[in-house]
Design a protein around this ligand. Structure first.
Ligand SMILES: [Zn+2]
Length: 282
């Protein structure tokens, strides 16, 4: 089985996770930029993070034969912090880099005017750079948030078939699908979507344009949720081809819209900018 986790924050995970993911069939990941839990105090803090997503993290992933790409953006939550807004001016020089396969994650957290501005500006950046966009939908007021997100997408220069709406559930899937977007589902250990509900949604809406991710990060989450969904799909009568479509071909097709997806992992050197994962002990 080959698995592509289209939304996972590997910066917050250990090498044990990489090892377990590879053993479970994960061969490719996309890491969207995100908040750190601890608020950032300046735009410069994003730049070091972006550089890590473009350098150090692919280096770590390659040790486990996993292809690592990223999506870059000002995240929805920190769009509300005026200390962070200047990163929008820095994004264009990052969005031209080879391993950037989308703008993201963008979208709404609390649906504030500052979030409106950041979302619209970054959909435009995606259109300008011929990149698709990963759009997070809010965890509270889900349907209202989804509708407002779809309105902003419709007003943008980015066509809906270049937009992946993430964190969908039973409440929001139909309107997201009717809106012509790609459909993302984050499967968590005890909140939001679980494997059983995910398989039920696949039964009702079919596997076309559906992507399943673990969204694993520094919180309670499980980087093997993609595999657990695949196993349950098979147990519940889906075919191996359905599993391959949802867990591999759909994410390849969506991020392939960037023209930059390279799934062959080149054997990593032993160090990245002089640092190894061995902390000096070769
Ligand atoms: Zn995320």
């Amino acid at each position: 089985m080959r698995i592509f986790d289209p939304h996972i924050h590997m910066t917050s995970r250990t090498t044990d996770d990489y090892e377990a993911m590879r053993a479970a069939g994960v061969r490719a990941v996309v890491e969207p930029s995100f908040w750190l839990g601890q608020p950032r105090t300046s735009a410069a803090s994003f730049l070091d993070y972006f550089d890590a997503l473009l350098g150090w993290e692919p280096f770590r992933a390659a040790q486990y034969d996993i292809a690592h790409h990223c999506a870059l953006a000002l995240n929805p939550k920190e769009a509300n912090d005026p200390r962070c807004a200047a990163v929008l001016d820095e994004l264009p020089r990052y969005l031209v880099k080879d391993h950037v396969v989308a703008v993201g994650e963008i979208g709404y957290d609390s649906m504030t005017p500052a979030e409106d501005t950041a979302l619209a500006a970054q959909l435009q950046l995606a259109a300008d750079h011929a990149l698709p966009a990963l759009v997070h939908t809010p965890h509270r007021d889900k349907l209202a948030g989804l509708r407002r997100t779809l309105d902003v997408v419709r007003e943008s220069a980015l066509p809906p078939d270049r937009v992946l709406l993430d964190h969908l559930n039973e409440t929001t899937v139909k309107e997201a699908k009717d809106g012509g977007c790609w459909l993302g589902f984050s499967v968590y250990p005890d909140t939001k979507m679980d494997e059983g509900r995910m398989v039920e949604i696949l039964r009702m809406y079919g596997p076309d344009k559906v992507l399943v991710n673990s969204a694993a990060d520094w919180g309670r989450s499980d980087p093997l949720k993609t595999r657990r969904v695949a196993d349950l799909m098979l147990a519940e009568g889906f075919t191996e081809d359905d599993v391959d479509l949802v867990l591999w071909r759909n994410p390849c097709a969506f991020y392939g819209l960037s023209g930059r997806l390279t799934l062959d992992v080149t054997a990593p050197g032993s160090t990245h900018e002089g640092n190894s994962v061995l902390r000096g002990g070769e």
